[in-house]
Design a protein around this ligand. Structure first.
Ligand SMILES: Cc1ncc(COP(=O)(O)O)c(C=O)c1O
Length: 400
């Protein structure tokens, strides 16, 4: 349609949303579908956070907030970074946006010029390349590989950096692979970045609190303080506080960048929802007791899913450190035929046939830039996960 912007033709639709929609349609037609394609915790927002929002409404905190966020939330963000990451930021170095996604989008919009390159390790969260393209930049993909547990290696980082590189986007724990960088793994990457002073670091720490076992979370500016002056540390309340619908994300970084993001935001949203911001103050400053409960539940589910998927013929599933996703390879099953006579040529064929045959919705890895794999979200009940994995095992065993 000639009326629409050319930029739209350069952007891909979200495969995760498409898969969720397909599953929804099948369910509506009466099929018993288990969806493993969702990207949000199945827990409810903790009660004290909801109460803080109700009280904010009662106090009349219902007017336009400052564009960069209400000061009490920006102060809570400063405290959070100090307490949890050992990072020292001033209030003027923080910004609040309408979800983590919007914070990233603003950072890119405020900085990218045509021809600027953004390094994105794959597999990546589906939105990164599309946001870069929408902002006029060029995504440059860095390879990771299952043999490295989907983690970027320093030599590959060195290889993809060019004079045009403006940003690298790091995401740990990762959506879609669940992989998370230890302090030492991250240090090897920050050492490379120290040699390239023109490259800025956008670190998406959205899943910081969802790590399992004795894994210790680390973030680039903490691992290498020398990078602080060119790092945007982004985080949010969506995943750790089960607040996806409240739409609050935040970031901290050098003041000129934050000012530019504020400038962009002032002509877009005029700031994030005031009531949600008060709820986020309670999330960051309040008790973190729910986190132990979330983590224990997710760890149990991760272990269940990894174990059952590794018993499925032809699937290989590494054990990731965090988030609520696993990313098994289905490479051995490519070329096999379903009972209905369809040849599985790609991971997309695999998820489509799996949905048709067994009513299990997963997302194909190629949508995240690395396949043949599947992304499976385990943010659902143990009972549903057990049933879904049993069906996946049956489907894999049925392929000839
Ligand atoms: C890696 C990653 N970053 C950012 C976001 C966006 O978070 P929000 O819902 O706060 O916009 C998501 C959500 O799925 C995510 O997986």
């Amino acid at each position: 349609m000639g009326f629409l912007a050319d930029a739209l033709s350069r952007v891909k639709p979200s495969a995760t949303i498409a898969m969720t929609q397909k599953a929804r349609e099948l369910k509506a037609s009466g099929v018993d579908v288990i969806s493993l394609s969702v990207g949000e915790p199945d827990f409810d927002t903790p009660e004290h956070i909801k109460q803080a929002a109700i009280e904010a409404i009662g106090r009349g905190e219902t007017k336009y907030p400052p564009v960069s966020g209400i000061v009490p939330l920006r102060e809570a963000i400063v405290r959070k970074f100090k307490r949890e990451n050992g990072l020292d930021y001033k209030v003027s170095q923080t910004i609040v946006g309408t979800g983590g996604k919007h914070v990233i989008y603003n950072a890119l919009l405020a900085t990218l010029n045509p021809g600027d390159e953004v390094v994105i390790p794959r597999p990546y969260w589906v939105s990164y390349p599309e946001m870069v393209v929408l902002c006029g930049g060029t995504p440059v993909f860095a390879e990771t590989g299952m043999e490295h547990d989907f983690k970027l290696q320093p030599d590959e980082l060195e290889r993809v950096i060019t004079p045009k590189t403006k940003w690298i986007i790091l995401n740990s724990p990762s959506n879609p692979s669940g992989a998370a960088y230890s302090h030492d793994e991250l240090k090897k990457l920050t050492d490379v970045l120290m040699r390239h002073p023109h490259v800025w670091v956008l670190t998406d720490d959205m899943y910081e609190h969802l790590t399992y076992g004795d894994f210790a979370f680390a973030t680039p500016a903490q691992v290498e303080p020398g990078l602080t002056e060119r790092t945007l540390t982004m985080n949010g309340v969506s995943k750790a506080y089960a607040m996806t619908g409240w739409r609050i994300g935040y970031a901290a970084g050098p003041e000129p960048l934050i000012k530019a993001m504020d400038f962009v935001q002032g002509q877009q949203t005029s700031g994030a929802c005031s009531i949600s911001q008060w709820a986020a103050v309670a999330a960051l400053d309040g008790t973190q007791d729910h986190l132990a409960r979330f983590r224990a539940a997710f760890q149990e589910r991760r272990d269940l899913v990894v174990s059952m998927l590794n018993q499925a013929k032809g699937l290989k599933c590494p054990t990731p450190e965090g988030a609520f996703y696993v990313y098994p390879s289905c490479a051995e099953l490519i070329g096999r035929r379903t009972e209905g006579g369809k040849t599985i040529e790609t991971d997309e064929d695999f998820v489509v046939e799996l949905l048709q045959a067994e009513g299990v919705a997963a997302v194909h890895g190629s949508a995240f830039g690395l396949g043949p794999n599947l992304r499976i979200s385990y943010a659902t009940s143990n009972k549903a996960l057990e049933e879904a994995c049993t069906r996946i095992q049956r489907f894999c065993a049925s392929l000839r």
